[in-house]
Design a protein around this ligand. Sequence first.
Ligand code: MG
Length: 224
Amino acid sequence: MNSGIIFDLDDTLCDTRGQLVMVAHREASEAMRKAGLHFSVDEILDKRLFHWKENPRGDIDLLTSESLGGGRGEAEAGRKAYLERPVGALDPLPGAIPLLHALSSWKRALVTRGSPITQGEKIKLLGFGSFFDSIHIVPSHLSKKGTYQEVVEEWGLPLSRVVVVGDRPDKDIEPARRLGLRTIRFLNGEFREVAPSRKSERADAEVERLEEILPLLKEWLLTD
Ligand SMILES: [Mg+2]
């Protein structure tokens, strides 16, 4: 069996929202206050969460800053604090390790977006290194598409034999669909409620639990 699977990291294999996101929003709010916003940390935090809920695809830092009378400087301070904070503790999501074990005969890659330092720290804390043939950290301003393509070419597998698993319709699913890869969206974390905004963001399948993935893969690939 020659098949490959590419996983996203945050909110796909680890509980980023539960363990990190709220703490990161608070620290970003502190940084924005220090940078010049004349509001309390709680007020800035409330505003960040409001904008996140209203406009999850928007620039939360800039929207928050501008709605509190600030500008780009305060927004950048918030963004930097949010993206570059040290990771305290992080656990794999239930089902992540058994799934990775069960796929040991598959080609496996991890493709995550974000700061190389923070993402590297998360991967180390999770002890994920040995589970993957390759690990790729894509800078936040770039799409995962180019990296997906490199991974698939490196494996030398047909597109129909490679599956991408991720939680974000825009950043994980769409670039994979554009390449013609199969996609599974894990409904979890910050993007759980975010609906696909166009057809290309709609995954081939959606799952609520990681345990649902293996039966799905068997149905798609192992039986044909
Ligand atoms: Mg994710």
